[in-house]
Design a protein around this ligand. Structure first.
Ligand code: PLP
Length: 461
């Protein structure tokens, strides 16, 4: 792959020649992909929808480009699954992991110099008095630990979360989220409650002018706390922007009002920022967009930029609660993990990537607004930094979801050379925040074309 510097802000290590990328040498999934996939999936079961709809087999990744086993090259609009925020194999992160893979892999939760440096760096970048930390190896385990801290800090046990939220796949995570299974029975443990999420495109309550009425949501939550719970609520837990729910951004006045509601009712605010933190939306924490300080925050995915490392961060008054939850784990805070997290943070600082994420989000939103005007099936578009979504509907007036179009657009754009993430009728995009402007534009071109072709196929054009 040849290197070029096509605009001032590009990161040269991650840039690629757009005359050569994407590069499709054989219609994907090609013969090598099909062969590996059928051999592997004889044994490896339970695949995501992303893979089932497009079973390509990847061989390597560099920056924002993925290469499959047939030699096809794709622009990456998925970052794994919101994970490789700095692109694939960022040299600084790779070097850090390699160093500790040869020096010290694990010493349980003993202090190490690299962990000490990570702790100090976290207090430097995170807002307010978020200064108590514990480290884990997946978003789900961080969410579980976050809940335990909330319970320990308040002496209460109930949890409130929002419709369509996603918080991982253990019993505690599933109890907070929307995952359902007809096969294995009830998925919500006692003491978990869900309330409507303020989705401006699909509001439950509106003002006279038709826009979302945040006050009605807050009033409902307040009434629910009083009437619907046992009065033992530890925390309100939510994603600041719903990732799996389809990049759903709440109205600007929501978080400040929710913070006040939590304070009035003496419950903690826990933001699950596994997906939204570390530059994905243009800030270290997404909740900073609304100047709101959560009591407990989970960090994951881009935190280690591909290395499995996650974190629970709590405010000063709740730090000691970690002592009573048996917080440590086998892999949490191992030296390789700490090195990956520290290197990722330093790369974001050195390369001004928070600003870059905001910039890319602005370009994408302008372009997606145009798609919304031009395409009859594009009902809504949204972006905050490099967290983006396009909602496909049968009719812009009824907003009825068009699931078939979601699948078709995903597959058509993938065949053109765009690796990305489907979610029913909502197209979700999470390009690495190191992407160049023109590569972002090229990826959006492919989506635009795929939407047009899908409209023709389904009789909308
Ligand atoms: C908001 C949120 N919380 C928790 C999780 C679970 O993270 P992991 O898959 O690393 O366990 C995810 C994963 O997508 C997520 O998006």
């Amino acid at each position: 792959m040849s290197l070029k510097t096509s605009n001032e802000t590009c990161r040269s290590w991650a840039s690629a020649d757009l005359n050569q990328v994407p590069h499709i040498v054989v219609t994907p999934p090609g013969p090598q992909s099909r062969s590996y996939h059928s051999r592997c999936t004889k044994y490896f079961k339970g695949l995501s929808g992303q893979v089932k709809l497009f079973p390509v087999v990847f061989a390597s990744g560099k920056g924002c480009v993925l290469t499959d086993v047939d030699g096809n090259q794709y622009i990456d609009f998925s970052s794994g699954i919101y994970v490789t925020t700095l692109g694939h194999c960022h040299p600084k992160v790779t070097e850090a992991v390699q160093k500790y893979a040869g020096l010290l892999m694990n010493c349980h939760d003993f202090t190490t110099p690299i962990k000490t440096r990570l702790m100090e760096k976290l207090t430097e970048i995170l807002p307010g008095d978020l200064s108590g930390f514990q480290l884990y190896d997946s978003g789900t385990t961080a969410v579980e630990a976050g809940q335990r801290v909330c319970r320990a800090a308040t002496g209460q046990h109930e949890m409130i979360s929002c419709f369509y939220d996603f918080h991982g796949k253990t019993y505690g995570g599933v109890s907070l989220g929307h995952i359902r299974s007809k096969v294995y029975g009830p998925t919500r443990a006692p003491g978990f409650h869900m309330v409507p999420h303020p989705n401006p495109y699909r509001p439950h309550w509106t003002k006279a002018d038709g826009t979302i009425d945040t006050d009605r949501y807050i009033a409902f939550y307040e009434e629910y706390l009083d009437r619907g719970t046992a009065g033992q609520v530890a925390a309100f837990v939510l994603e600041p922007i719903q990732g799996w729910g389809g990049s759903v951004i709440p109205p600007d006045d929501f978080f400040p009002k929710l913070r006040k509601l939590c304070d009035r009712n003496k419950i903690l605010l826990m933001c699950d920022e596994v997906l939204t933190s570390m530059g994905r939306t243009g800030k270290w924490l997404c909740s900073q967009h609304w100047d709101v300080l959560p009591d407990v925050v989970t960090l994951g995915k881009g935190f280690g930029n591909g290395f499995p490392v996650t974190c629970v961060a709590v405010r000063e008054p709740y730090k000691e609660s970690f002592e009573s939850i048996s917080a440590s784990s086998s892999y949490g805070g191992n030296p390789m993990a700490c090195a990956a997290a520290l290197a990722s943070i330093e790369a974001i600082e050195e390369e001004n990537l928070l600003e870059r994420s905001v910039h890319l989000g602005e370009i994408a939103l302008t372009r997606m607004e145009k798609m919304k005007k031009e395409h009859p099936i594009v009902g809504d578009v949204r972006a905050k930094g490099c967290l983006m979504g396009i909602e496909l509907v049968k009719d812009k007036a009824t907003k009825e979801p068009l699931n078939k179009a979601g699948e078709l657009v995903y597959q058509k754009a993938f065949r053109k050379g765009l690796a990305w993430i489907p979610a029913g009728h909502i197209l979700r995009m999470s390009p690495p925040i190191v992407m160049e402007d023109d590569m972002l534009g090229k990826g959006l071109d492919m989506i635009d074309e795929a939407i047009g072709e899908t409209e023709k196929e389904l009789g909308y054009a």
